[in-house]
Write a protein that binds this ligand. Sequence first.
Ligand code: ADP
Length: 218
Amino acid sequence: MSKEFAVIGLGRFGGSICRELSNEGMDVLAIDKNEDRVNEFKNIASHAVIADSTDEETLKELGIKNIEHVIVAIGDNIQASILTTVILTDLHIKKITVKANNDYHEKILNRIGANQVVHPERDMGKRIAHSIISNNILDYLELSDEYSIVEVKAGKKMAGKSLIDLDIRANYGCNVVAIKQGSDINVSPSAEDLLDEQDVLIVIGGDRDLARFEKHLV
Ligand code: ADP
C-alpha cells in the first residue's frame, strides 16, 4: 500500500513536492485555499481540495487525522503556517514537515512541535554558493549548524595521490566516507589506491575544517 501524504499550500515548493510524491505513486491529498492552484493539481494528486488550513474543523472533515505525513508549504503567510502547524500537532499527526521562511519562523516551528523544518531557499543558496566557489565542488549538504558533507571532484590537485598521501583526516579533520567512480560508489575506499581526476570524494566534517580542505585541495 502506498503511504498517505497531505500537502498544504501548492505554490512552487508545495506543488513540486506534490508532483514528485504523486509521480512516485504515493497517495497525496493536495490542499490550497486558492481554487486555480487546486485545479492545477486535480489530475496530479489523488485528491485536490480547496480549503483554508487555518480552520481546524475543515481539516478534521478532510480526514487529516488519518494521514501519516503532512507537509505545510504555505509561502509568505507565516501566521497561517504557524497556526496550521499548531492545529496539526493538536490533532497528533505522526509526522509534520514545514517550510520555514526565515530563522525566526524556523525557531517557532520547532518549538510548536513540527517534526521537520525545511528552509529550501537558504539551503539551496548555500549549496549553490559552494558549487560556484569551485567547479569541482559538486554538492554540499548541511547536517547541522556545524557539520556538513561535501561532494568534490578529485580534480588535478588530488589526482594521482592516495588517501594516505593526502591524509585528509590529520591535515583537515575531515573524513572521506565514500568515493564515486562513474556510477559505482565505494563506501570503504582503500587508503592506498591512487585517485583519478574524475573520482568524486564524499567528505564529512566541521564547516571550518571543510572550508580549509576546499581551499587547499579543491
Ligand atoms: P512558494 O514560495 O512555494 O511558491 P507561495 O506563497 O506561492 O509559495 O504558495 C503558497 C501557497 O499556499 C499558495 O498557493 C496559497 O494559496 C497557499 N496558502 C496560503 N495560506 C493558506 C491557507 N491558510 N490554507 C491553504 N492554503 C494556503
